[in-house]
Write a protein that binds this ligand. Structure first.
Ligand code: ADP
Ligand code: MG
Length: 503
């Protein structure tokens, strides 16, 4: 790649501080792409896949979650050429919907990632047993994965969801942030139904809920248990069709005839009284018959305000496990695992750079790695930290723009804890105030990335050791207290939501 000096900084590469990286297909690379159609997996597939993964990472932030989950989540990048990216959707309906309803947003996002305009075309694509980034080991695993035993057969396949072959327990990296959810998921899939029924897993977006639910499905299928995995949205659609087509007895039989029912994104039932009612009865019947139920949501049961209290108390009756954003060590382990799966060698230093840049969402972490690798492949450059910096330039910029202001954190915590902000920064040693101060210290460090000294200064001139103690106190309490984890989740949501509103 030719190097020009930046006209502004005089440094060895063009100044790209505020612009996303340019991915251009040089004639050599393009010829390479065209020439590799017969190889396994073709380069075009890998590139299309990575480019689309990166675009999905951005689309996920831009479109409402139900829209993303329904239409975009199951799509895959298939091939790419000079001016067109072909994306596979699981059904003709989804392909048509995406082509008609979102072309501008999608093409703008793809252009943003690829830094050149590309027409995006949607086709129906049934997942192949061997995905381009799969290792032979994974391929063996996916070949063994039959469709869920409890899945409907014959013509009635509306709500059948194939389990994603990549989402297994083997490919799930366990760290402090997800060990409880992981252990509980394994138990739910392999042990006799017991205290973990229902198992309720909650976490923010992109933290591995769906991955764990699919892993449960794989493990159950492996043990010849009939298992049905559906999203709450599919459950709703299925129920609506059953009413319309007068097939509610089939609907009942289908959902009640399984040994394990796995329902994703239960928050989708919020406000849908009739579907909730049906779900409640399905739940009770299965539960009474000693069948395992696993549920995932984006928040804890008691925060699912629009779900009927009856349902919430049912959920509270089992085991509730959350997944927190992964710590640096886990993020690194995840990146290492993903790089190995993709058969790309990436230096530890580069992985650490990515892990430090992307902190809260594993999907985004994966998308970032894909993006770095895609830029390196498209420009035929080695994967260095400098290249990773360019590939993630807009992410870095977005992070700067979305880092909450310290005063804002202070105000949010003050309101949450019902203590005046002036007390938090003042001398008071009242218990409630001290607790609020500790929360501030934690969030200022984690979310505003301030130094210990800066935090001490903002909070009324407190010294380094006091700040360390405050942060440690919150971290330790989080390890053992559900309430503390929930408080942090709520506060983070408030801190970042307000930020988006004011952006
Ligand atoms: P959610 O359902 O919570 O929004 P997903 O389960 O869809 O998130 O995860 C998003 C992506 O991140 C998936 O590709 C998944 O494989 C990956 N992922 C999340 N957590 C882990 C983990 N602990 N180990 C490996 N991959 C993970
Ligand atoms: Mg999910």
């Amino acid at each position: 790649m030719g190097r020009r000096n930046c006209p502004k900084t005089g440094l060895g590469h063009p100044c790209r501080a505020l612009t996303p990286p340019m991915i251009t297909l040089g004639p050599r690379a393009a010829a390479g792409l065209r020439g590799q159609r017969n190889h396994q997996p073709p380069m075009t597939e890998l590139l299309a896949n990575r480019l689309w993964e990166a675009a999905l990472g951005q689309l996920q932030i831009q479109v409402p979650r139900p829209t993303f989950d329904t239409w975009l989540k199951e799509t895959v990048g298939l091939t790419i050429d000079e001016d067109r990216l072909v994306v596979g959707a699981p059904t003709a309906f989804a392909a048509e919907w995406l082509g008609k309803r979102m072309p501008t947003l999608i093409e703008e996002t793809v252009e943003h990632v690829a830094r050149r305009p590309l027409e995006v075309q949607f086709l129906v694509h049934q997942p192949q047993p061997l995905e381009p980034w799969q290792s032979p080991l994974e391929a063996t695993a996916s070949a063994a994965a039959r469709p869920p035993v409890g899945a409907p057969s014959g013509t009635d396949r509306r709500q059948a969801t194939a389990l994603c072959s990549r989402f297994t327990f083997d490919s799930f990296v366990v760290g402090k942030s997800n060990e409880l959810a992981h252990a509980a998921a394994q138990a739910a899939a392999t042990q006799p139904v017991g205290v973990y029924n229902p198992l309720f897993i909650y976490a923010g977006v992109g933290l591995g809920k769906t991955h764990l639910l699919h892993a449960i499905g794989h493990a159950a299928v492996h043990r010849d248990l009939s298992c049905l995995y559906v999203s709450a949205e599919q459950f709703t659609n299925d129920f609506i069709s059953a009413i319309r087509e007068r097939t509610t007895p089939d609907f009942r039989a289908r959902y009640r005839g399984v040994q394990l029912l796995v329902i994703d994104d239960i928050q989708f039932l919020g406000g849908k009284e009739q579907t909730q009612e049906v779900f409640f009865h399905t739940f009770n019947d299965l539960h009474n018959a000693g069948k395992q139920i696993v549920i995932a949501a984006d928040r804890p049961p008691r925060s699912l305000a629009t779900l009927h209290a009856r349902l919430n108390s049912r959920f509270e009756g089992g085991l509730i496990a959350d997944i927190q954003p992964p710590d640096l060590e886990t993020r690194l382990a995840i990146l290492r695992a993903k790089a190995t799966l993709a058969h790309v060698r990436v230096d530890g230093e580069v992985l650490e750079f990515i892990a430090r840049t992307v902190q809260t969402n594993v999907r985004e972490l994966e998308g970032s790695l894909n993006r770095v690798v895609a830029l390196a492949q498209l420009t035929r450059s080695p994967i260095t930290t400098e290249l990773a910096g360019r590939a993630l330039a807009d992410l870095l910029l977005a992070r700067r723009l979305t880092t909450p202001h310290p005063e804002h954190i202070l105000a949010v915590v003050a309101e949450y804890c019902q203590v005046p902000a002036s007390s938090i920064t003042g001398p008071s040693r009242d218990r409630k105030t001290v607790a609020a101060r500790h929360l501030c210290m934690y969030l200022l460090r984690e979310d505003a990335e301030m130094s210990l000294q800066q935090i001490g200064g903002l909070l009324g001139g407190r010294n380094h050791a006091t700040v360390v103690h405050g942060i440690r106190k919150v971290t330790q309490t989080m390890a053992s207290s559900h309430d503390m984890r929930e408080a942090i989740l709520t506060l983070r949501e408030a801190v970042h939501t307000d930020l988006r509103k004011s952006a």
